[in-house]
Design a protein around this ligand. Structure first.
Ligand code: ATP
Ligand code: MN
Ligand code: MN
Length: 373
């Protein structure tokens, strides 16, 4: 069932004969409904409400019993009045009128379409919508729209980038990047992070962490890596952010999610033959090409920050948010991708491995597979 089709599942059809399917589809419906609500609030820049629905979806995913029995969902944490109302409507009627109204809403549909382009955020999408643009072609053809190089690349590879990346494709890219990194330095360390490290089978991009025990050489290594990919002819786009990391400025005023390490947001060309087991294109997507474009993120922290960056980039976003909140509220500690600051002791706590960070927080170590909140 495709993501789009899922919204239209008539759960009541399954009700009598397949109680198990009913459970799955209600579960999927409620989570998807919450995601639509969150997105719609995101488009309106209502961060609080957006987060409330994202968090509620996370909570639902972690509940070990069928949502049908959540009639008394009152005691579930993080379910506010609004989230509960949407869920109960779906449980009772099989659909939510509020969510359906959003799905049919012109503005929502256009913002969703525009933000599907790499480099187009909610603000640009809103501007285009206000300017009367309706389709991606409108944005390409309107003389009033000036695309930056990221958006141009986003449009050029829109089809490929909108298609999920498989685990086999992620591993193939890991192999290519690994070989390229080792060609530059025998000490280079490259690890897969993000959703694929959490065991996900599909992702919207592939995330890597690159480092080296040679102090202060990580950014040069990243630049050389990108250069090597360019020379191999597989670099389709690169947006490089130089490091702004300065240990003396930490902890900063706000311990934000974004970090200061050197990083590159890339689009790479992956040949079908490089993917183990070959590539199966969905019906109707055979355009004669034997390659696809993939979004790849690479972050390059210094080795002594490795554990913090690995923990931060492994995600999920909701897991990171909860972990940071726990550190702040329960431990009087500030955690981010750079380090862990103990407000009581007024010092940074060292960590070589993720395990050390969990130990500092007094928590049992959680394998990446258990961080899919
Ligand atoms: P998906 O399959 O959608 O890619 P994901 O969990 O890998 O899922 P990403 O958006 O790739 O999602 O992000 C992975 C992790 O990296 C998240 O925990 C996020 O907080 C972190 N992250 C992403 N971009 C940045 C950035 N620019 N600066 C700091 N951290 C980032
Ligand atoms: Mn990712
Ligand atoms: Mn990413």
């Amino acid at each position: 069932v495709t993501l789009e089709a899922r919204h239209h599942i008539q759960v009541t059809h399954f009700h009598r004969h397949h109680p198990f399917i009913l459970y799955i589809s209600i579960y999927v419906c409620v989570c998807d409904a919450f995601e639509v609500m969150a997105e719609s609030y995101e488009f309106s820049q209502c961060d609080g409400q957006c987060l409330a629905f994202r968090r509620a979806a996370s909570v639902l995913k972690s509940v070990p019993w069928p949502v049908e029995r959540l009639g008394a969902a009152t005691r579930l944490p993080c379910l506010g009045e609004h989230t509960r109302a949407v869920m109960e409507e779906i449980l009772q009627c099989g659909r939510s009128f509020e969510v359906e109204k959003i799905l049919c809403n012109d503005r929502y549909q256009r913002l969703k379409l525009f933000t599907s382009v790499f480099g187009v955020g909610p603000k640009t999408a809103e501007k285009w919508h206000r300017g009367g643009l309706r389709t991606l072609n409108d944005a390409l053809e309107d003389p009033g729209v000036e695309l930056n190089s990221m958006q141009k690349a986003g449009f050029r590879h829109h089809g490929d980038i909108s298609r999920a990346v498989s685990r086999a494709e992620a591993l193939a890219l890991g192999e290519i990047l690994h070989q390229a990194a080792l060609g530059i330095s025998a000490h280079a360390v490259l690890v897969l992070t993000g959703g694929f490290r959490r065991g996900k089978e599909f992702g919207h991009d592939v995330d890597f962490l690159l480092s080296t025990p040679e102090q202060g050489k990580e950014e040069t290594l990243l630049l050389s890596l990108v250069d090597s990919l360019r020379r191999q002819g597989i670099l389709l786009y690169c947006d490089h952010h130089p490091s702004t990391f300065d240990i003396n400025n930490l902890p900063g005023v706000s311990f934000e999610a974004m970090d200061h390490f050197a990083k590159s947001f890339l689009i790479l060309r992956l040949e079908d033959r490089q993917v183990e087991g070959g590539v199966q294109r969905p019906e109707g997507q055979h355009d004669g090409r034997s390659w696809r474009a993939v979004r790849v993120d690479v972050v390059a922290p210094p080795m002594e920050r490795y554990a913090f960056t690995l923990l931060g980039w492994t995600g999920s976003r909701q897991f990171e948010r909860d972990l940071r909140r726990f550190a702040r509220k329960e431990k009087r500690m500030l955690l981010d991708n750079h380090g862990l600051w103990d407000k009581t002791k007024k010092e940074f706590l060292p960590a070589e491995r993720e395990e050390d960070i969990f130990a500092h927080l007094g928590l049992e170590y959680l394998e990446p597979q258990l961080r899919n909140a």
